[in-house]
Design a protein around this ligand. Structure first.
Ligand code: ACO
Length: 399
């Protein structure tokens, strides 16, 4: 019997950085964040200016191509996206395979992952034209699949995309329209949703985008990469926070119970956290939260919604911003603190909140994937570890 050599405890010099707080995984020219000063730029343009002057599809073009489109480029891009909004008819049966009460994020991840089995002409990732086709398909089909998942969950038949409508309007029609009653949407609804989509479109190397890139680094197809991004987004510490915020506000219930919630969030023996507060990068106000906060009030006013949860949210924000615990740790409201209230006012059910985020973030995911595929420095993502297990040992003799 040959003994096995003992492994040295230290197997090399690695940077130990759990959570990648100080590790850049790539170079990227897409999004810039200055977390200390609350700055967010897409391709150099401040988020505040894009929120004011642009729309989601134009922002998607910007993220993908690096420059804002001129009128002709925008109209061609819109045409291209619109051309791909339909989904393969067999995908309907795929959706129907889910239990009726499946979470729409589970359906979204499953159906997006399955697209590689339906669209084979976007799978040659060596071919720039095919890469672009897959990116456009993802952008175009995501709202169709999201709305179909929602309708399936409530037992309604899927609604085909109405391609004479604009991106966000088309999505709202697919979600809510019923054959007998043409949907009359107040313009503020589509405008608010478009704004939320702009604000959520990209955020550099967040967990879901890093996941897309990690999977992309292996040469996996773009549908698989984006499906992985969707599952990473689902977690409550990331995109699932918008759903968790609303549940938390409902649980708090009354403005007078806000103090109790704040006390619980500070208690280290209690796992309760203030959802919608804190951010890995922003140690100042999240600029997206500042924009959303204003919009939230406007939308509720325009839609004539009197939501007591807004009062709870405002009291919570006020209490946390004055509290030493939150001040010291620089825990400010993040983008998801207010987005859930807007979604609720638009009639979007809570389980769909993270799906909304996924539709918007698709623009960022595909832009990062395209950038990565063009990057000569791209290599398979393969982190190392600090091994803490047993030393090498012999299998025990039996009997
Ligand atoms: N409520 C109470 N305490 C908090 C909160 C919170 N929401 N967030 C952080 N803390 C505390 C931590 O307990 C920790 O305290 P300690 O120093 O006494 O141990 C300190 O603040 C630092 O927190 P970390 O978890 O180390 O910060 P990290 O950067 O790893 O996490 C995160 C950031 C995940 C966003 C965190 O703040 C959190 O869980 N927030 C709530 C969930 C949420 O809103 N997520 C959405 C993020 S935005 C997005 O993905 C779109």
């Amino acid at each position: 019997c040959v003994g096995i050599a003992k492994l040295p405890k230290e197997t090399g010099n690695f940077t130990y950085d759990p959570g990648f707080t100080a590790t850049a995984s790539c170079r990227s020219a897409i999004t810039y964040i200055d977390g200390d000063n609350g700055v967010l730029l897409y391709r150099g343009y401040p988020i505040e200016q894009l929120a004011k002057h642009s729309n989601f599809l134009e922002v998607s073009y910007l993220l993908m191509h690096g420059e804002l489109p001129d009128a002709k480029q925008f109209s061609d891009f819109e045409h291209e996206v619109t051309h791909h909004t339909m989904i393969h008819e067999a995908l309907k049966s795929f959706l129907q395979g889910f239990r009726h009460d499946a979470h729409p994020m589970a359906m979204l991840a499953g159906v997006i992952s399955s697209l590689s089995g339906f669209y084979h002409d976007g799978l040659d990732i060596e071919d720039p034209a095919q890469r672009r086709l897959a990116a456009i398909r993802l952008l175009a089909k995501m709202p169709t699949i999201a709305a179909a998942a929602y309708r399936y969950s409530i037992g309604w038949p899927m609604r085909y995309p109405r391609n004479n409508l604009e991106y966000v309007d088309r999505f709202l029609h697919m979600m809510f329209e019923v054959p007998s009653e043409p949907l009359e949407l107040p313009p503020v609804a589509a405008k608010a949703l478009d704004l939320l989509f702009i604000l959520h479109a990209d955020h550099e190397q967040n967990a879901s985008t890093s996941t897309v890139r990690l999977v992309g680094s292996t040469g996996a197809n773009p549908y698989a990469c984006v499906a992985a991004g969707i599952t990473a987004l689902w977690g409550p510490a990331h995109g699932g926070a918008n759903e968790a915020v609303l549940k938390m506000l409902e649980e708090i219930g009354r403005p007078e119970d806000v103090a109790k919630a704040v006390a619980r969030a500070k208690d280290k023996d209690d796992s309760f956290r203030l959802m919608g507060f804190g951010h890995r990068v922003y140690k100042n106000f999240d600029p997206r939260a500042t924009i959303i906060r204003e919009t939230c009030h406007q939308v509720l006013k325009d839609l004539n919604v009197d939501d007591p949860l807004l009062e709870v949210a405002m009291r919570l924000e006020e209490a946390a911003l004055k509290d030493e615990y939150f001040v010291q740790r620089k825990l400010y409201p993040n983008v998801d603190f207010y987005s859930g209230i807007i979604y609720k006012a638009l009639g979007i059910p809570t389980e769909m909140f993270t799906v909304m985020f996924a539709i918007a973030r698709t623009a960022g995911w595909v832009s990062h994937w395209l950038e990565q595929q063009n990057d000569p420095e791209n290599k398979i993502g393969r982190p190392r570890q600090i091994y803490t297990g047993a030393d090498s040992r012999d299998y025990p003799a039996k009997g």
